[in-house]
Design a protein around this ligand. Structure first.
Ligand code: KIV
Ligand code: ZN
Length: 513
């Protein structure tokens, strides 16, 4: 009998609650597909009752994902739970995750309910959910700050009503590893029917201990499910980072002694996809997925690694999906070679038309950049202009000039539907001039919340620049991403991509708090 640790990914639900990390339905589906390639056990796809957009996103993921369990969050009431069940109808494996707060503070100040009312509502919610779905998870929100006697009673009740997983959130990131681990162990010892459910940990990172707390919940407490997000995405300081817990359990198998179903080679592609989609850049020194995570700069380290890799490396970069910056394709590569490389990179295209569109962009890039790396291809297929719903604005041409002492000036043409627009503007710099030129025609009135540039392949100015623009308008926050060897062009593409999202009639799926 193997002792398995279940990986429950909540990037698309708790991760998306991070202000500015809102995603469209198509973006969520694309990430869900990558999570399935990563072989996470459970994908929390959203909070179906929170908006029509979120309902559609959960439904679309449930309809397409076949291997991972697809889960929807639901407050502990019949309406939310019914909505979750409806969205999950098409799932091969479905889970309803219902929650209600159990700490004195939350019950009194937020819910304005007595402990007995909360207890009863938890019982009824799990009973109702179990009539609709065989796999039901219950979370006592702010569980770690709850009175332990009360929590034991609630957990015993929900397990008796058929909850198959009980999850203990450290909602505000207050826990420290040893105490959290002991808290879980005590709960498991004191709840009489604790052996009838899987115990799960859900830790926030406010004190930078979400990963350590989760691991303590597993090691000391005996939990067998970890809830986590790619890149640790999440509200405030984020959630427990999937890549870190997974690689800790895998690298220190000698200590944890647990099996994982994860395909670790999909970690870096998943990290890139989430970062590119949300505009939340990964810090270079971030464990496992940061650009420097496997870089050895000091002479002593380099010498050691060359002589014997394990002198300074406890994991291999390729095991977590870092491609060795290989030159994979060039100007003369044909469509078949391109298509094969997409398959090797695990990129699925919906249709031949999509392959053709991506290949045309590849050819265009290869004309301007002699060496094309895997990272370039991933950026190219991640280019949101692929998605028809977002194609209203398209950049047609751009020229700009800047010289020391002169005010920068940009002239460009872009299509808005079938209409071609020409615009020009001065600006503080060439990027500013360019975006002002676009805005002078579109007149979106959007407020820019973020502008950032990153080199797609590190180490050289020959790299493509990847620009993220975050815009806010009418209560909606959207991210646009654009890549190009010319960062002014990349900026214009990113800006138009964000405007496309604002323009799109499709409902946003962000719960935004
Ligand atoms: O942090 C939290 O308490 C949550 C619950 C809804 C599980 O995200
Ligand atoms: Zn949470």
């Amino acid at each position: 009998m193997t002792d398995k640790l279940i990986i429950f990914d909540t990037t698309l639900r708790d991760g998306e609650q991070s202000p500015g990390a809102s995603m469209t339905r198509d973006e969520k589906l694309r990430i869900a597909r990558q999570l399935e390639r990563l072989r996470v056990d459970v994908i929390e796809a959203g909070f179906a009752a929170s908006s029509n957009g979120d309902f559609e996103a959960v439904k679309s993921i449930a309809d397409h994902i076949r291997e991972s369990t697809v889960c929807s969050l639901a407050r502990a009431n019949d309406r939310d739970i019914s909505r979750a069940a409806e969205a999950l109808k098409g799932a091969a494996r479905a889970r309803i995750h219902t929650f209600i707060a159990t700490s004195a503070l939350h019950m009194e100040k937020k819910l304005r309910m007595s402990p007995e009312q909360v207890h009863e509502q938890a019982r009824l919610a799990v009973r109702f959910a179990r009539n609709l779905c065989a796999d039901v998870e219950f979370s006592p929100e702010d569980g770690y700050r709850s009175d332990i006697d009360f929590l034991c009673r609630v957990l015993e009740t929900v397990i008796a009503e058929g909850a198959t997983t009980v999850n203990i959130p450290d909602t505000v990131g207050y826990a420290v590893p040893e105490l959290y681990g002991e808290f879980i162990r005590t709960l498991r010892e004191r709840v009489p029917n604790s052996d009838k459910a899987v115990w799960s940990v859900h830790c926030h990172n406010d004190l930078g201990m979400a990963v350590a707390n989760s691991l303590a919940g597993v090691k000391i407490g005996g939990a067998r499910q970890i809830e986590c997000t790619i890149n640790g995405l999440g509200e405030r300081a984020g959630n427990c980072a999937l890549e870190e817990v997974v690689m800790a359990v895998r690298t220190r198998r000698d200590y944890f002694g647990l099996e994982l179903g994860i395909d670790a080679t999909q970690i870096v592609p998943a990290s890139r996809m989430v970062s590119q989609t949300t505009g939340f850049v990964v810090q270079p020194n971030k464990a496992v997925v940061g650009a420097n995570a496997f870089a050895h700069a000091s002479g002593i380290h380099q010498d050691g690694v060359l002589k014997a890799r394990d002198t300074y490396e406890i994991m291999r970069a390729e095991d977590v999906g870092w491609a060795a910056n290989k030159i994979v394709l060039g100007k003369l590569s044909g469509r078949n070679a391109f298509k094969q490389r997409l398959q090797e990179l695990g990129v699925e295209m919906e249709s031949e038309a999509e392959v053709n569109a991506a290949f045309a962009r590849f050819k265009d890039l290869a004309d301007r950049k002699s060496e094309i790396f895997d990272e370039d291809i991933i950026a190219l297929v991640g280019d949101e202009s692929v998605t028809a719903e977002q194609e209203h604005y398209r950049l047609l041409s751009l020229s700009q000039r800047s010289a020391i002492g002169d005010r920068p000036h940009a002239e460009l043409a872009f299509a808005a539907g079938d209409v071609e627009h020409h615009a020009q503007s001065d600006g503080n710099g060439p990027v500013d001039a360019c975006l002002k030129a676009i805005e002078s025609r579109v007149k979106s009135g959007a407020e820019m919340l973020l502008y950032s540039v990153n080199a797609i392949t590190s180490g050289s100015t020959e790299s493509q620049g990847e620009v993220t623009v975050r815009l806010q308008h009418g209560g909606r926050v959207v991210n646009g991403v654009g890549a190009d060897p010319d960062i002014v062009v990349a900026s214009a593409k990113a800006y138009l991509s964000a405007l496309n999202k604002l323009h799109s009639k499709a409902e946003r799926v962000a719960a935004q708090g």
